[in-house]
Design a protein around this ligand. Sequence first.
Ligand SMILES: Nc1nc2c(ncn2[C@@H]2O[C@H](COP(=O)(O)OP(=O)(O)OP(=O)(O)O)[C@@H](O)[C@H]2O)c(=O)[nH]1
Length: 433
Amino acid sequence: MTFYDPNNDVTRGERALVVVPERVGEGARRSTEARLDEAEGLARAIGLDVIAKRAFRLRQIRPATLLGKGQVEEIAEAARENEAGLLIVDAQLTPVQQKSLEEEVKAKVIDRTSLILEIFGERAATAEGRLQVELAHLDYQAGRLVRTWTHLERQRGGFGFLGGPGETQIEADRRLIRDRMARIRRELEQVKRTRALHRGRRQRAPWPVIALVGYTNAGKSTLFNYLTGDGVLAEDMLFATLDPTMRNVRIPGFDKAILSDTVGFVSDLPTELIAAFRATLEEVASADVLIHVRDMAHPDRDAQAEDVEDVLKSLGIDEGEGPQRLEAWNKIDLLKDDERQALLAEADRRENVVPISAITGWGVDHLRERVAQVLQRGTEIHRIRLNPAEGSRLAWLHSRGEVIEQRMDGDQLELSVRLSPDNWARFQATESA
Ligand SMILES: Nc1nc2c(ncn2[C@@H]2O[C@H](COP(=O)(O)OP(=O)(O)OP(=O)(O)O)[C@@H](O)[C@H]2O)c(=O)[nH]1
């Protein structure tokens, strides 16, 4: 058996058909058009050449292929005519359905989970990301193994190269997968320890961390690039070595702040992937501010926002707890005048909403200001007098707070420092010690 190889499952440039099965009675939350566009977008994200896409209504589920007999014949015909070697079915297929569809359509078939795994595989930039994708993929394979191949079980000859005499093929395969997963988990532990160390270092620094989350295609990367475009290059390099998705960002009133981009969320994110990416998404949980970037020009914007909330909840980040939240209502430039006016008025009424256009930069300065306000919430400026000889206390203030002013007054140092209530209490405790 072969193990996951990001370039093995699909080939860039491959001609693909996209099929969206819709259950009757379903689909109220998402429009067919939007589902087709999203599936096509995901396929294009890994360089596939989508030559046709179509939705099919499922009146009755045919267990063997999910889609009806006539529908499968139509798809087979389309694949033949268009010389498509790949069929993407935007649903979760059982291994049996996948196999039967492959036989009937005479093309390789991948479902939504494998498509998302492919994308994550391609985008995983860090060692940790790659390991996590491989783990999720093996998990997916292991599930399929149990369900498809049980009926194919056969006795292995008694030579015992791979297993003891009598070990069945499926047991041997399962053991191989299990061993490989165990090895990856050990490697991951190591990588995580290193990362936690980096994070610890960052947390000791007084720089706030801002994380972007949002549905796929909402405009996170565009906003990320816009916000960090004016960053100082030399310092960018530092974070490039820590984590490629971390950059310095300028927030008024702060010496430094770190912006972290995360993977885009999609609906029906496979649970094994959420589990596998939990560690990467820890960055989100430990951020000071979460900016939820929303595509306000998308017909399904509300359903998308709910999906993002669901993923955050599954990570244990509930609204009202954890990082403070802002919503960036993006792509305002794409809206018609009346809709734009209505949205701007609504945003005005809501405390945590900032309308923007990440592509033109409209509203982004306002967003920076709101981030600054959120970060400063609860902090206060304190006037502090210190003996200049108290070097370690001075250093502590510089590391935990924002020193706004510092000057000599006689033989004493006088400072204005912005501190959180916690840090102010800590500082006062060192005074009486
Ligand atoms: N008109 C308009 N287009 C935008 C805006 N922001 C982003 N886009 C476009 O929307 C598309 C998606 O933007 P990205 O920044 O790649 O979205 P993302 O959220 O990072 O997407 P994923 O990586 O899939 O999670 C791109 O074609 C952008 O050019 C905007 O404010 N206005």
